[in-house]
Each structure stands twice: as C-alpha cells, then as structure tokens.
Design a protein around this ligand. Structure first.
Ligand SMILES: [Cu+2]
Length: 157
C-alpha cells in the first residue's frame, strides 16, 4: 500500500494523462466518410459523412480535397417530382445533433477530379468550421452500389 500522498499523486498523474484524449472526444468528429467510384468520362465525384458535435454549436463553412479542383456543399431535394441540387453556403452543426451527408440529401460535390475514383481508394477531405477550424478526414471509395437508397440515375450523387 502506498502512502496516501504518493497514491493521490499517482491518481493525479493518471488523470492528467487521460485528459488530452477526453478533450479531443468533446469537439467535432467526422465519422464514416465514404464515396462512390466515378463512371468513365465523369470528372465529378461525391463524398458523404456524418458530423458529430459534442461541443458548442458550430458551422461548416467549406470543404476541400487534393483529388479535385474544388469541392462544394450541395443538397439534393425533390422539387415538382424532379431531383435537383442546390448549393449550400454553409451548414449549421448544432451541439449534440449529428449532421448527415448522405445519398439524396446533403453531400460534398467534388468538381474537376484529377483522376477517377476507384473502389478501395482512400483520399483526404478537409472540412473548415467557423469555430473548430480545419478537420481532416479520410474518405473511402465504396462499391458502385454504395447504399441502396441512391436513385438510379446516370449521375453519381
Ligand atoms: Cu451535388
């Protein structure tokens, strides 16, 4: 048995070491980032992910990836029976409420791909938030089916 003072110090040291990991888990996390392979001749791709926010409210301002000339925030919506996309200036990320980017909804459009995306590829995506700053994630290219909910159109989103 350690003397009480040494034991207290030891516990304090253990807690101090645990703190950085705990702090990292409190902010914004990007999870389950994925993409689709691009069909031949198409230089536009897509990225989906979920933003988790255990901290205070924030706002996603922009995205970028070295695989494309530009990356845009879009939302798909059915208007008068037709699926259309609109630009999003930014995306609100409330505290505690996950924000999903998913087929037929919000997505990142990768415009001007430098090379086709193939199943199994992994590429970086950087998300810039108003408060949290830049957060980098890895996007994995899944099979062409991705998720079954994707509308059967020629486009990749
Ligand atoms: Cu789009």
């Amino acid at each position: 048995m350690l003397p009480m003072t040494a034991r207290t110090l030891w516990i304090a040291l253990v807690l101090a070491q645990a703190l950085p990991a705990a702090a990292a888990a409190q902010g914004i996390q990007i999870v389950d980032a994925w993409s689709r392979p691009t069909p031949p001749g198409i230089d536009v791709g897509v990225a989906y992910f979920t933003i988790r926010n255990a901290g205070k409210s924030d706002r996603l301002l922009r995205v970028s990836s070295p695989v494309a000339k530009s990356a845009e925030l879009h939302v798909s919506a059915v208007k008068e029976g037709v699926m259309k996309m609109e630009d999003l200036a930014s995306v609100e990320v409330g505290s505690g409420a996950p924000v999903s980017f998913e087929p037929s909804g919000r997505h990142v459009m990768l415009v001007g791909l430098k090379k086709p995306l193939k199943e199994g590829d992994v590429f970086p995506l950087t998300l810039t938030f108003a408060n949290a700053g830049q957060i980098r994630t890895s996007v994995r290219v899944r099979g062409a089916d991705g998720r079954a909910s994707h509308p059967a159109s020629g486009m990749t989103h």
